[in-house]
Design a protein around this ligand. Structure first.
Ligand code: AMP
Length: 357
């Protein structure tokens, strides 16, 4: 991981009145650029092979400049150009996934948030250790497939965005679908409604919903993912019947829809997020900025967190002009805008080094 001292040195050489916000052209980049422009920053899109013509259709979210690289090697070689532009990177799920979390961790350009979180998020065992030791419930793990006695979710270790996951109801079901050459984990299938809750922790804001370290925890929005083809499978009747015709359920994210949760669930939601933030300071020096708790709520109104994303998630995209929650804090502000606000305030307040790594 790039030493913090090196990032601090780079920040010391930056012109803080002329910062540029940059990210990879994908995922939540429209929102990140739109929010950055709103806060008065210059914007820079980084792209490998993605088409960037779609930005022409959205002028308020089009980056001021785009750099096209042949591959991530070239992005590493040309790092000096980003430093010349006083760039602060915004990591998002696709940026870290496409580049690889290790490589992203080593990339010597200041990045918003704590890079140490990468090691805890990218490893499923460590992620579980973090969340459960914080006192937040997760789906139960099943270690021996012969003991499957209720539906389980099988997740291959490298799989992202639900690609390659499958549900097994018993051992024969498992045997039929498993690719034994790939490492996997199994967890109880949690039946209930899914809520992907988008929080923002600001250690320098001293009012609002305060956590142990004295910073402020905000809820900015909630989405539910559209997942293909599981979400539409019911139209074909029973899943078992469909399997006989070679149609298997899959969990590939294709879009996001805005939702709110019943108000009486909010205290539980905040309690879980607060515990996870508090624990992050104990384990690895803290998680600040945007993060998402991916949850299922059952009919007894109990939450289980099946995953945490420790940066801006694409589920915040429906909220470019605010949300029912953000509007009660910062009317009309997106998570992208909130990120830019955090950087603007840190630069103006002389503590930019504290929010980047
Ligand atoms: P993930 O990669 O962990 O975000 O999971 C992808 C999708 O699989 C989620 O959005 C859920 O729809 C589903 N999922 C993951 N874990 C579980 C679980 N334990 N029970 C039910 N559904 C799950």
């Amino acid at each position: 991981m790039v030493p913090k001292g090196k990032i601090d040195e780079i920040i010391e050489g930056y012109d803080l009145k002329d910062l540029t916000i940059a990210t990879l052209c994908s995922h939540s980049s429209l929102q990140i650029f739109h929010g950055a422009r709103k806060m008065g920053f210059k914007t820079l899109g980084l792209t490998i092979s993605h088409s960037t013509k779609y930005y022409d259709a959205f002028p308020l979210a089009k980056p001021d400049k785009i750099i096209k690289y042949a591959d991530f090697d070239e992005m590493e070689e040309r790092v000096g150009e980003l430093l010349d532009e006083n760039v602060i990177l915004i990591p998002h799920g696709s940026f870290v996934e496409y580049m690889g979390s290790r490589r992203f961790g080593d990339y010597p350009v200041p990045s918003y948030g704590n890079r140490a979180v990468l090691d805890w998020e990218s490893d499923r065992d460590r992620q579980r250790q973090w969340i459960t030791s914080a006192g937040v419930p997760m789906p139960r793990l099943i270690t021996d497939a012969r003991e499957i006695s209720e539906p389980v979710m099988v997740k291959y270790n490298g799989a992202k965005g639900g690609n390659g996951y499958f549900i097994a109801r018993d051992y024969p079901d498992f045997k039929m679908a498993i690719d034994p050459s790939q490492p996997y984990t199994m967890q109880e299938y949690c039946l209930g409604t899914r809520y992907y809750m988008h929080f923002f922790y600001d250690p320098h804001k001293k009012d609002g919903y305060l956590c142990e370290q004295g910073g402020s925890l905000e809820m900015l929005s909630i989405d539910r993912r559209d997942e293909s083809n599981i979400d539409e499978m019911y139209k074909l009747g029973s899943i078992e019947e469909s399997k006989r015709h070679g149609l298997y359920p899959s969990f590939v994210v294709t879009g996001n829809a805005p939702v709110v949760i019943r108000e009486s669930l909010l205290p539980k939601a905040f309690d879980m997020a607060e515990k996870v933030v508090n624990k992050s300071y104990e384990l690895f020096g803290g998680m600040w900025g945007p993060f998402c708790l991916e949850t299922v709520v059952n009919d007894k109104l109990q939450f289980k967190v099946f995953e945490i994303s420790t940066r801006i998630v694409a589920g915040t995209n429906p909220f470019i002009s605010g949300s029912p929650y953000a509007d009660l804090i910062y009317p009309g502000l997106s998570t992208g805008g909130r990120l830019a606000m955090g950087i603007r305030d840190a630069a103006a307040g002389g503590y930019l080094k504290d929010v980047v790594s």
